[in-house]
Design a protein around this ligand. Structure first.
Ligand code: BEZ
Length: 210
């Protein structure tokens, strides 16, 4: 069954390169990113994991735990990690789930048989501290993901969880935001006493709240 936004992220126990984890317990009160890669010792995945390792401090800053997954076993991940450190310049500094029995990939619908009947696609799930799925993206095996975009979405999710705003196209942290359409002008006066610019009655813009 496909996982939809707002669903509770399925819980599981799994072996990882950093020991066994119970997913929900491991997440604790943090946000989480669970992402799959099709196979160990493959070129695109090698660059992805190296890049995520490099920007891990950005996830840490946002209170986000990151975990990777492939259908290869943990001992294979461990051997591959040496190559990633050597070629990408950063050791893998987050756990990678070994899923040879396809338990987790099955739970998260990461195997799309019409694309490939054994390997996972490149899935990304962002999970909130309430364990609900906030974002789900699927990339094809041949396209490396843009992890700066994942950080951008997390910035938007964390901002909009706190304030009744939405973020416009290509928004980046610090730029102007939009007052959510469910907020009346009357309520907006209380929520945003500094005021806003009305472009249309349904398009009200204001500086990003602190
Ligand atoms: C890769 O990571 O390079 C890759 C993996 C599976 C299929 C195609 C490319």
């Amino acid at each position: 069954m496909a996982i939809r936004l707002g669903d509770t992220a399925p819980d599981f126990s799994a072996e990882t390169t950093q020991g066994k984890i119970n997913f929900h317990e491991w997440l604790g009160d943090s946000w989480g990113v669970l992402f799959s890669h099709p196979k160990d010792f493959t070129p695109v995945c090698t660059t992805e994991l190296g890049y995520v390792a490099k920007i891990k401090p950005e996830f840490d800053k946002r209170n986000v735990k990151v975990v990777g997954l492939s259908v290869d076993p943990v001992d294979s991940h461990n051997k591959w990690e040496a190559d990633i450190a050597e070629t990408q310049g950063t050791p893998v500094n987050f756990p990678m789930i070994g899923d040879p029995e396809r338990k987790v990939s099955g739970l998260y619908d990461m195997i799309h048989p019409n694309a490939n009947d054994t390997l996972t696609v490149r899935s990304v799930f962002v999970i909130g501290p309430d364990k609900k799925v906030k974002l789900s993206i699927t990339y094809p095996a041949s396209t490396g993901r843009n992890f700066d975009e994942i950080l951008r979405v997390i910035d938007s999710l964390q901002l909009t969880a706190k304030h009744k705003v939405a973020t416009p196209a290509n928004w980046k942290n610090g730029q102007d935001v939009i007052i959510g359409s469910a907020v009346s002008d009357e309520d907006a006066k209380i929520l945003f006493p500094q005021g806003w610019k009305t472009v249309k009655s349904y398009l009200r813009i204001l500086p990003q709240p602190k």
